[in-house]
Design a protein around this ligand. Sequence first.
Ligand SMILES: [Zn+2]
Length: 337
Amino acid sequence: MFVEGTLLCGRRFDPVEGRIIIEDGEIVTIEEVAVDSTDIVLPAFINAHTHLGDSIAKEAGAGLSLDALVAPPDGLKHRLLDSATQDEIVAAMRRSLRLMTASGTAACIEFREGGVDGVEAIRKAGSDLPIETVVLGRESEAAMHTADGFGASGARDGEFEQIRSATRDANKLFGIHAGERDADDITPAFNLDPDFLVHMVYPNTDHLTRLATEQIPTVVCPRSNLVTGVGVPPISDLAERTTLALGTDNAMLNAPSMFREMAYTAKLADVSARTILEMATINGAEIANLDYGLIEPGREAKLLVLDGDSDNLAGAQDIVRAVVRRADRADVSEVIT
Ligand SMILES: [Zn+2]
């Protein structure tokens, strides 16, 4: 098969007119030729941080503090998850996964509550959907073994040395929240030698230096930080120092739309549209060891096709800026996964 239009190729996302030849789900060739298409083709998104279980509680808890909303074990989110049936949680997660697919997301890195049952619930929710869920379990070593790794709540919430080394022995991913409300849990998180950190709203100069020296990938979730009122991560400082990816965090707080997360981040942070598109695609793929997120030969063909002649995108002078700051689900022509 093939797809054609204006292609955002390689890590620079340089717009090229042409055609992508796909065989057995892999990008085989990119032909730079004149084509009769106004479509824009880019890598499908990787949403690098989600909690989809609380899709059962969209917009619950208006005005509550971060702890009252999501801190384990008694935050509103955990009480709502505890009181919902497994079938209700599976059905709600399935709807979020379907929405994410329709809005151009090929994969997400999900921090899943509920131990082994929680991991199995999201596997069931996404079983026949064309989105890859990289599931990081929590609460037990068994959850880590059932999942693709372990997603720790944060170093202040418990001792994680043992599960960290078990996750390493299993050759799986270990991610941890750090620096969401203050700097206190950042060094303890570093000391666990995680595969990646989430949030980092409050790194100090020493933390930024260590982040760069040890090259610890980081995921930021700016809209979530705004809703919970914790502040704004220093996105350009982080992007200069390490692999920085973008996630939408709790579905109860924000719709899991990478279009919205990109547009918000673009207007919040002093970084280029190209950097934000990297954060939404290849950087998340690298954190999760996925072989897509870029248009180049040899990669898996997980692609997003936008209608460049939609009322929203027609006449765009800078295609990458238009995709990052302006595009939305209504512009999606096709998601190839
Ligand atoms: Zn989180």
